[in-house]
Structures are given as C-alpha cells and as structure tokens.
Design a protein around this ligand. Structure first.
Ligand code: TYM
Length: 335
C-alpha cells in the first residue's frame, strides 16, 4: 500500500510518571500492530501534563522514559513518527483557533475535567478545562483517521469530531473527522482495589495500580492483595467485576482466551489464579523494562528519534495550520 492510501493514526500518553498497565493494555499495546498498515504518529503529550502541577526535573525524566517505553513496546521509529508535543508549536496554535469555536458549556461537561477539578480543587486552572481542545488540535493537525485509545477518552474524541465538523461547516471542508479505535478487550482496565473504577495513575492507593516500572515482587504482592468477588469461581461476568478484570488482564498478557482461562482455572480457587495473572504480567513487562533501560542509556539515539519525529510532525502540522489560518482570514506572513 502506498503512503497516500494508508490511514493516519494518532495517539498519545501523558508523561506523568507512573504509566499503568491500563495505559499499556488499553492503548500502547495496540499501537505497534497498526504500523504496517497505517501512517502512525505517536506523541508524548507533555503540554497536557502541566494542567496538574509537575516538578520540572521529574517532567523531563518522565518524558524521556515514556519515549523509551514507546519504543520498548514495539513502536519502531523507522515506521512511525514519535515526537514530543511541545516540540511542535502548531499544537498550541491550532488549539487557540479551535478555542474560539468551543463552548464553555461543552467543556464544563467533560467527565475528566470534573474529576480532576475535584481531585485538584486548589488548582482548577484554565488549562485543565481547556485541555480537550488541545487534544482535538493534536488529532486534527494530522488529518487523523483513527485514534486508538481507552474508553475514558471517548468523550474527548467526540469533542474533536464535533470541532472538526463545526469548523468544516463554518468555513469549508478542512479537517478529516476522526474515528476512535477502542478495542473490546482491555479498553477499561479496573483498579485492583475497586473494580468499579478504572485503574488510574493518580490513584493514591499504590496497591490499586500496576505500573510498568513495578518489579516482579511488587507485581506479585499487588495481585495477591487484589480484591475478589464473593464466590470462589474463576468466571467472567457482569456480576463478577473483580475476577472479570483479572481475567481480562490475564488474557491480554498471556494470549490465552478468556474461555480457555476459565477452564484452566476451574475449581482451582483464587490464590492459584492470582499467581498466574501476576506471572503473565511479569512475563509481559520484564522484557519491556529491560529494553526501556537499555534505550535510556543511549541518549544520542533517543534524541535522533525526537529530532526526526518533530521534523516530520511539524511538516504535516504546519501544512494544516496554514490551511486553517487561510480559511479563517489571517494574512500569510511574507518570508
Ligand atoms: P492518558 O495519559 O490519561 O492515558 C493514555 C491512554 O491510556 C488509556 N487508559 C486506559 N485504558 C484502559 N484502561 C485504563 N484503566 C486506562 N487508563 C488510561 C487512555 O484511554 C489513553 O488512551 N488525553 C489523553 C492523551 C492524549 C491523546 C491525544 C490521546 C492527548 N492528545 C490525542 C489520543 C489522541 C490522556 O490524557 O491519556
């Protein structure tokens, strides 16, 4: 397939330290397999992360670690464009233009905004509210067809679609209207301590989340402490949210189907099952961690990936932004 006929894929993760098993199973794991069929663009969304106060040195470290993690998870910089959001100024510029067609009412309704406002009541800043517009600009700048994300991003994606359609109808067709790519399995990995809420990196209870930097013993301990459902049967079902979550994690990390896993663990009890889930997760994350550590030692390589990625991204982004400015009625700068 030539590049023109390929669909464009865009996605990103915030570099806020703890990258969870939810981020991996719901998003990053699905990115690599798209690389051959699509033009993939994957971003470390650092502009987003400062909507919650960050320690600058940690942000720098987390950004490079996340870039290395993308590559360690199988994203090949020769096939995909990998870059840091703040390296491409068009993201913030398009966000401004899109701001002027976004309504306070629709941003005020965003679930994540409401949740984060509750969690960070002392810092409900404009960026926090405005953030979904920046995410829309990330997506629309690249004329994205598909956005592989977890379930919690569907509402933001809907806003990106609405803004694309609104701009297209107010001016003339300019943006591709993107589609979400949300996989049936893994799009909402739950907390190990409360299977009714999602596994979230900002969870204050460390036992609720598995991070991609947890070592084997920590992973074993966290699964051992994971809450279970009332009976002792390893079965998937709406009435068994805790075991269903563990079965999903097991299936996605071991490659075994849920039905096969139910059979394998029939009559074995939760203890044996939890051990097996922990071992499947360890076998998945350990090679990623080793590769990530190896990459982090090669700063020159990571910087070359970032340079190439930002150059490619900026070429595409500046084309879209120029088109947007022209349609709005801004006079192009004479060079
Ligand atoms: P972020 O950094 O919160 O999460 C990154 C990705 O992980 C998915 N995810 C989950 N999937 C399954 N189960 C979970 N428990 C879980 N927790 C998180 C998220 O759905 C997401 O796909 N706004 C975005 C980042 C972003 C973006 C974009 C994404 C910025 N610009 C453009 C796509 C396209 C965010 O904060 O994701």
């Amino acid at each position: 397939m030539n590049n023109e006929a390929k669909k464009t894929v865009f996605s990103g993760v915030q570099p806020t330290g703890k990258i969870t098993l939810g981020n991996y199973l719901g998003a990053i794991k699905n990115w690599g397999p798209l690389q051959d069929e699509c033009n993939c663009i994957y971003c470390v969304v650092d502009l987003r992360s400062i909507t919650v106060a960050q320690v600058p040195a940690d942000l720098r470290k987390n950004t490079m670690e996340l870039l290395a993690l993308y590559i360690a998870c199988g994203i090949d910089p020769q096939k995909s464009t990998l870059f840091i959001q703040s390296h491409v100024p068009q993201h913030a510029e398009l966000a401004w233009a899109l701001d002027t067609i976004s309504y306070i009412g629709e941003l005020n309704r965003m679930t994540q905004f409401k949740e984060k406002s509750r969690k960070h009541a002392e810092n409900i800043n404009m960026g926090l509210m405005n953030y979904p517009v920046l995410m829309a600009s990330d997506i629309l700048l690249y004329q994205t067809d598909l956005v592989p994300v977890g379930k919690d991003q569907i509402q933001h994606l809907e806003l990106a679609r609405n803004l694309a359609e609104r701009f297209n109808s107010r001016y003339s067709p300019t943006f591709v209207v993107p589609e979400g790519l949300v996989y049936k399995q893994g799009s909402s990995i739950k907390s190990l301590q409360d299977p009714t809420s999602k596994m979230s990196k900002s969870d204050p209870n460390d036992n609720a989340i598995i991070t991609l930097s947890d070592d084997a013993d920590t992973i074993r301990r966290k699964f051992r402490r994971a809450v279970t459902d009332s009976d002792t049967c390893v079965r998937f079902g709406e009435d068994k949210p805790a075991i269903s979550n563990l079965l999903t994690i097991y299936s996605l990390t071991s490659g075994e189907s849920i039905a096969d896993a139910e059979q394998r663990f029939a009559g074995k009890g939760y203890g044996v099952f939890k051990e097996a889930v922990a071992e499947a997760v360890i076998a998945t994350v350990e090679p990623i961690q080793q590769e990530q550590q190896r990459l982090l030692k090669d700063k020159a390589y990571l910087e070359s990936v970032l340079k190439q990625g930002a150059d490619t991204a900026e070429r595409i982004a500046s084309k879209t932004l120029a088109k947007v400015y022209r349609k709005i009625g801004f006079i192009p700068r004479v060079r």
